[in-house]
Design a protein. Structure first.
Length: 194
């Protein structure tokens, strides 16, 4: 009886072993969500254009934001898992991760965003690609493409921790109407004429 029981358990044991090994092996290894180390990275080329990542503490640029969200579960450039509902973004050259303040030039609304991916590529006036969650938080998801200001910031550890957990940072007050008018005018003279 014990011999037939052992024989009967062999296929079950084999299936369990294969299932366990399949769960452990292969697949993408994602980096834990962390602010260290900050990676600048070497120059890289996309569609014939070379991009050179660099520390840019004074980065403050006007341009267009677009958004992406269908890549759920894919690996982003800094090795983390892409989560479309988190407040993250892609940038061509900022260190990974970086924190930026993104301002809608339509409404003056501002949000803090954690940059952990590379892009957007193609149209040069596109300066940032927001996750779906970030686009919703900024109020531009329905537009698909919106005029924005992007500037590097150094948020509090509380805000950093919230963004690392996929939550929104503290709500920022919108910029003043006069500051918004000034940014819109700069945008029209620069980016808007391209």
């Amino acid at each position: 009886m014990s011999g037939s029981l052992t024989g009967a358990l062999k296929p079950i044991f084999a299936i369990a072993l294969v299932s366990t090994l399949a769960a452990c092996g292969g697949g993408t290894k994602f980096r834990a969500v962390s602010d260290v180390p900050v990676r600048v990275g070497p120059p890289y080329k996309v569609r014939g254009v070379t991009y050179t990542p660099a520390n840019q503490p004074g980065y403050d640029v006007l341009g267009y934001a677009t958004w992406y969200g269908k890549e759920s579960g894919n690996q982003v450039a800094n090795g983390e898992r892409f989560r479309p509902d988190w407040i993250t973004a892609a940038h061509k050259t900022l260190p990974l991760p970086s924190y930026v303040e993104v301002t809608s030039l339509d409404t003056g609304r501002r949000i803090l965003v954690r940059v952990n991916d590379r892009g957007p590529y193609g149209e040069s006036a596109r300066v940032i690609d927001l996750s779906r969650g970030a686009a919703e938080a900024l109020g531009i998801r329905a537009k698909g493409k919106a005029a924005v200001r992007v500037r590097v910031v150094d948020p509090s550890e509380k805000d950093r921790a919230a963004l690392r957990k996929g939550k929104t940072a503290q709500e920022l007050p919108p910029i003043t109407p006069s500051a918004l008018t000034n940014l819109q005018s700069q945008f029209e003279r620069g980016v808007g004429t391209r």
